[in-house]
Ligand binder design. Structure first.
Ligand code: ZN
Length: 154
């Protein structure tokens, strides 16, 4: 089940998606006709399967064809995976910020950090360490840099 919360903010329609994107998703019905400017927040999308990907691309591609300006914010790790796998996943839009997986070097807890794409480019993949929320130890990036940040080089 996907839940959609919409809010008009200035000139942009803010769309907050939450829930797994799977078979039953009808974005046309959930979001409605695409707005000229759309800021899509994907923080709460824990997974998206192949059928979900198809409906996603169908909806946002038609938005792109109608001239919508698409910006994706707070992309969850599941969404980042698709952005890297499928070159037209963001349908001509821009990735503004993403979540990045970290793990604590001390207690092995997994945590996520949010980064703006612009800052990631500036950091040139030299990610800062995060402070572990459980033990206060330091957490380091926990994935394969060349894969997780592949989309930055497009
Ligand atoms: Zn820890």
């Amino acid at each position: 089940m996907v839940n959609v919360v919409k809010e008009q903010k200035g000139s942009a329609l803010v769309v907050r998606l939450s829930g797994s994107i799977e078979e039953s998703v009808n974005f046309e019905q959930l979001i409605g006709a695409p707005a000229p400017e759309m800021n899509i927040h994907c923080k709460e999308v824990p997974r998206i399967n192949s059928v979900g990907v198809k409906s996603w691309i169908k909806y946002f591609q038609s938005a792109q064809q109608k001239g919508s300006k698409l910006r994706f914010y707070e992309c969850s790790t599941a969404i980042v995976e698709q952005i890297n796998l499928i070159s037209n996943f963001i349908c001509g839009g821009t990735v503004e910020s993403i979540y990045v997986p970290f793990s604590c070097t001390n207690c092995k807890s997994e945590l996520i950090g949010q980064f703006r794409t612009e800052d990631l480019r500036k950091l040139q993949l030299k990610l800062p360490q995060l402070k572990c929320t459980k033990c206060g130890g330091s957490a380091v990036f926990d994935d394969i840099e060349e894969e997780y940040f592949a989309f930055l080089n497009r």
